[in-house]
Design a protein around this ligand. Structure first.
Ligand code: SF4
Length: 96
């Protein structure tokens, strides 16, 4: 059932390490040195998170989403999506 699948698909969020810190940490404003420090601090939380893989998978699948998810920023995930589309060696892949 779609509702059950959806519930199951986001159950990992209840185990996120970010539930124990200020949520604003994961949504750094603008750019600059302080923003980079905040991003690094958010990524440090993600690195010790037991559901990092599920979180990153969700952000990659449902993106673009703002903020740090799964230890990555949206710009990093955008690059990862681009690489996934291009395939190894930077060549574009096509669906068969
Ligand atoms: S990986 Fe980071 S953003 Fe995702 S649930 Fe864990 S702590 Fe939160």
């Amino acid at each position: 059932m779609a509702a059950e699948h959806s519930e199951h698909a986001t159950y990992w969020r209840e185990r996120g390490a970010c539930l124990r810190v200020d949520p604003e940490l994961f949504f750094p404003p603008g750019s600059g040195t302080l923003t980079h420090v905040q991003i690094d601090d958010a990524k440090a939380v993600c690195r010790r998170c037991p559901v990092l893989e599920q979180c990153l998978g969700w952000a990659m699948e449902f993106g673009p989403v703002e903020g740090v998810w799964g230890g990555t920023t949206e710009s990093e995930r955008r690059l990862m999506r681009g690489r996934a589309v291009q395939g190894p060696g930077g060549t574009a892949t096509r669906a068969a």
